[in-house]
Design a protein around this ligand. Structure first.
Ligand code: NAD
Length: 296
């Protein structure tokens, strides 16, 4: 049994920490929200009074926080309290520059670390089936992998510091744009009299096939487990998709990469979020496409 410090017990962090407890680890957890602390305590997390306290005895420290600003501020606070030989893992989705800065902060103190953002959403966090995209040294990866395996089923080493975050934003650039493309196809089909099921039956076996269609179909019916059949209850919210597309856009600007479709997708999700739909699943974007197609 190892001791794991876990900071950020929100929608994702709470079930991830609970899975570590289930796997027999001792988890010392902290969140700034009392409600999150209480909920995790019910799942066997030993809740402590500060982030620093959660890392003092920890062999591994995991952060699952909203953004880069929080990660850097928390790491600055807790790194001085870390045990010699501890491994730090940030599982939040943050900008590549902050991820690399976090690696730098850890290196200054001789602490090994990984950036390890996830895909799979709250469902994957609960079921311990997350995919982890991991950046960091081979040694740190070898140490972190068994811990990540307690919370996920695919752990991919993407290379050096920050590359986990690079993989994450690249994946979500594809996902955000492909969900809009699939939505546009369904709305176009509707307007021209093609049934959802007929379009699904053709495209799912043709060259337009993609995850946004076959696993997460944005219209009700063809994929019974998709959020479209459940009032677009998230899943993965439109607000988080917007966050990730903005991270991709910033990174593309810094790197000098041309990502016109990703930038346009971000604008479409921004409009949807500004209309008050940010808490819906991102596949509800089909409703914006349909609303904008009225009267044609
Ligand atoms: P969340 O807002 O539910 O949880 C974040 C938690 O961090 C909150 O409980 C908050 O109180 C806590 N927190 C904030 N600042 C803190 C601080 N200084 N010290 C201690 N705790 C602090 O968010 P979430 O949905 O759990 O997402 C966490 C991360 O995972 C984000 O970076 C998000 O982009 C990423 N992510 C989320 C999903 C998803 O489906 N929810 C999927 C993949 C990745």
């Amino acid at each position: 049994m190892s001791t794991i410090g876990f900071i950020g017990l929100g929608n994702m962090g709470a079930p991830m920490a609970a899975n570590l407890v289930k796997a027999g680890e001792r988890v010392s957890g902290f969140d700034i929200l009392p409600g999150s602390r209480g909920a995790s305590a019910e799942h066997g997390v030993q809740v402590v009074a500060s982030a620093r306290q959660s890392v003092e005895e920890a062999d591994v420290v995991i952060t699952m926080l909203p953004g880069g600003e929080q990660v850097l501020s928390v790491w600055k606070e807790i790194l001085p309290a870390a045990k010699k030989g501890a491994l730090f893992i940030d599982c939040s989705t943050i900008d590549v520059a902050s991820a690399r800065a976090a690696h730098g902060l850890a290196a200054e103190r001789g602490i090994a670390c990984l950036d390890a953002p996830v895909s799979g959403g709250v469902g994957g966090a609960k079921a311990a089936t997350l995919t982890f995209m991991v950046g960091g040294s081979d040694d740190a990866f070898a140490r972190g992998k068994p811990v990540l395996e307690r919370m996920g089923k695919r752990i991919v080493h993407c290379g050096e510091a920050g590359n986990g975050q690079v993989a994450k934003i690249c994946n979500n650039l594809i996902l955000g744009a492909s969900m809009i493309a699939v939505s546009e196809a369904f709305v176009l089909g509707e307007k021209l009299g093609l049934s959802h099921q007929a379009l699904f039956d053709v495209v799912s076996g043709s060259s337009g096939q993609c995850w946004s269609l076959t696993s997460y179909c944005p219209v009700p019916g063809p994929v019974p487990a998709s959020p479209a059949n459940n009032g677009y209850k998230a899943g993965f919210t439109a607000a988080l998709m917007l966050k990730d597309l903005n991270l991709a856009r910033e990174a593309a600007q810094t790197a000098g990469a041309q990502t016109a479709l990703g930038a346009h997708a971000a604008e479409i999700y921004r409009q949807f979020a500004e209309e008050g739909h940010g808490t819906l699943d991102f596949s509800a974007i089909v409703n914006l496409v349909r609303a904008q197609s009225q009267g044609g």
